[in-house]
Write a protein that binds this ligand. Structure first.
Ligand code: SF4
Ligand code: SF4
Length: 185
């Protein structure tokens, strides 16, 4: 566990909230480390998934919500598959990411910006419009040359259409976003 973090008093309500939202029993985790052993982003993270589980058990709200791994998580579900206690670990990570977002703990700003750009594109067109997504991401982050070297190959294969191809019923998609905002307000 990172030693530059202050260990705070156990916030039992936080542990309870994660349990309720994820529908997982955190007490079942006995810290075997199987989830981290298979996690593809463990090496890139300063707080691997096993440690995140422990932070939640211990009610360390700030440290858990500030963990970089909840943003780096690729939702591959390897951790869930490997857990000997059948904990849906990926779901716990998902819940934490949503909580962190709502409470403005953003350990990896560029990833949050990419998500925002992706969702804006889906809300607008009903499906993602890659060129628009790239433009929005660059605008939010200022990372002008991110993956620019891949553009010629992608263009050559027709993977970057210059115009969006919206779905027929865009309004239905917008309603999904509206309902989400109403329920999470
Ligand atoms: S779902 Fe996330 S935490 Fe679990 S193994 Fe995949 S990347 Fe790691
Ligand atoms: S694999 Fe399951 S029991 Fe083992 S550390 Fe991860 S969450 Fe806990």
């Amino acid at each position: 566990m990172r030693d530059d973090r202050t260990i705070r008093r156990c916030d039992a309500a936080f542990t309870q909230s994660v349990q309720q939202q994820s529908e997982q029993n955190m007490a079942l985790c006995y810290q075997c480390g199987n989830c981290t052993a298979g996690c593809p982003v463990a090496r890139a993270s300063s707080t691997p998934v096993t440690q995140v589980m422990r932070l939640v058990q211990a009610g360390q709200r700030e440290a858990a919500l500030e963990a970089d791994s909840i943003w780096l998580c690729a939702s591959c579900e390897t951790c869930t598959t490997r857990c000997p206690n059948d904990i849906d670990v990926a779901r716990v990570m998902d819940v934490l990411r949503h909580m962190a977002r709502r409470e403005n703990h953003v350990a990896e700003k560029n990833i949050r910006d990419f998500w925002d750009a992706f969702l804006e594109s889906v809300e607008k067109h009903g499906r993602v419009y890659e060129v628009g997504l790239m433009a929005a991401y660059v605008r939010k982050t200022g990372r002008f040359w991110t993956d620019a070297d891949l553009a010629p190959a992608a263009l050559g294969k027709g993977k970057l259409p210059l115009r969006p191809h919206p779905v027929t019923d865009k309004e239905a998609i917008r309603q999904i976003f509206r309902r989400y905002r109403e329920r999470s307000a």
